[in-house]
Write a protein that binds this ligand. Structure first.
Ligand SMILES: Cc1cc2nc3c(=O)[nH]c(=O)nc-3n(C[C@H](O)[C@H](O)[C@H](O)COP(=O)(O)OP(=O)(O)OC[C@H]3O[C@@H](n4cnc5c(N)ncnc54)[C@H](O)[C@@H]3O)c2cc1C
Length: 227
C-alpha cells in the first residue's frame, strides 16, 4: 500500500500571446473590427466581453492537462460534460503487477499528514479531539489495507482486475487526461474553487487555475474569486 499526493499539470505548451490573439480575432470577427488589432488590444477586448457575458469566442481555445487524484475526485471531475477525458482504467490495470509497484496506490486525503503526526505526540499532551483524529486515521488505514489484501487475494485466485476492482475504495489513485475549452474551464473553476466544493477537488482546481495564470492567461480568469 502506497500513499501519494494529488497533483495537476498542464500538458500543452502554452503560448499566451497566441491564445489571446486567437480569441481576439474571433471576437473582432463579430464586429468586423480586425483593423483595431494592435499590441495590448486583446486583453482589453477580452476583459470587456467576459464582463458582458459574451463568452462563446473563448470556446476556440482548449487546454489539455493531467490530474492525479482519487476516484472520488475523478467522479466529480468528469461530471463536467463539455470536456474530453481519458482515464486510467481499473478494468484493465492489474495493480498486482510490477509496473504498479505490486501494490495499491492511494491518494492522501488533505487531513492525512496532520492526523498521522498526532500518533507521535506524547499521550499526556493529547486532547480528546486529537485522540478522535488518531482513531479516524487508524480506521481509514485499516479499511485501505483490507481492500488491498482482498484485491490481491481475488487476483491470486484467478479473478480478473475488472472483477477484483469492486473492492477498491474511493481513495484509489487515478490518472486523468482532460481537455477543456476556456469557457468550460471558467465554469469549472467557478464551481470547484469555492468553499462549497469538496476540499480535495478544490485544492486541485485552485492549483490548475494558478498554473494557467502563471502561464500568462490570468486575463481569462480574472473574475474568478477564491479564498
Ligand atoms: C458544490 C457542489 C455539489 C454538488 N453536489 C452534487 C450532488 O450531490 N449530486 C450530483 O449528482 N451532482 C452534484 N454536483 C454536480 C453538479 O450538479 C454538476 O453536475 C457539476 O458541477 C457539473 O457542472 P455543470 O453542469 O455546470 O458542468 P458541465 O456539464 O460541463 O456543463 C457546462 C454548462 O453547460 C450547460 N449544460 C450542460 N449540459 C446541459 C444540459 N443538459 N442542459 C442544459 N444546460 C447544460 C450548463 O450551463 C452548464 O453549466 C455538485 C457540484 C458542486 C459544485
Amino acid at each position: 500500500m502506497n500513499f501519494i499526493d494529488s497533483s495537476v499539470e498542464i500538458i500543452d505548451d502554452i503560448n499566451s500571446d497566441l491564445i489571446l490573439k486567437k480569441i481576439e480575432l474571433a471576437l473582432r470577427n463579430c464586429y468586423k473590427s480586425e483593423n483595431l488589432i494592435e499590441d495590448g488590444s486583446a486583453e482589453k477586448l477580452i476583459k470587456s466581453c467576459i464582463n458582458r457575458g459574451h463568452e462563446s469566442p473563448l470556446e476556440h481555445v482548449s487546454i489539455t492537462y493531467r490530474v492525479i487524484c482519487d476516484r472520488g475526485v475523478s467522479h466529480e471531475w468528469v461530471r463536467h460534460r463539455l470536456a474530453s477525458y481519458s482515464q486510467e482504467s481499473s478494468r484493465y490495470c492489474n495493480y498486482t503487477k510490477g509496473k504498479f509497484g505490486s501494490e495499491i496506490t492511494y491518494i492522501k486525503p488533505e487531513w492525512f499528514d496532520e492526523y498521522q503526526s498526532l500518533i507521535l505526540k506524547p499521550s499526556c499532551d493529547t486532547t480528546q479531539e486529537e485522540y478522535d483524529k488518531i482513531s479516524i486515521y487508524f480506521a481509514y488505514k485499516k479499511a485501505l489495507e483490507t481492500a488491498e489484501l482482498s484485491y490481491f487475494t481475488m487476483i491470486r485466485n484467478g479473478a480478473t482486475p475488472d472483477i477484483a476492482r469492486a473492492v477498491l475504495p474511493n481513495s484509489l489513485k487515478t490518472d486523468l487526461v482532460c481537455t477543456m475549452n476556456i469557457r468550460e474551464l471558467r465554469n469549472f473553476f467557478k464551481l470547484r474553487c469555492t468553499k462549497y466544493a469538496h476540499p480535495a477537488i478544490r485544492k486541485l482546481a485552485i492549483e490548475l487555475l494558478q498554473k494557467l495564470k502563471e502561464k500568462g492567461l490570468g486575463i481569462l480568469f480574472e473574475d474568478i474569486i477564491y479564498d
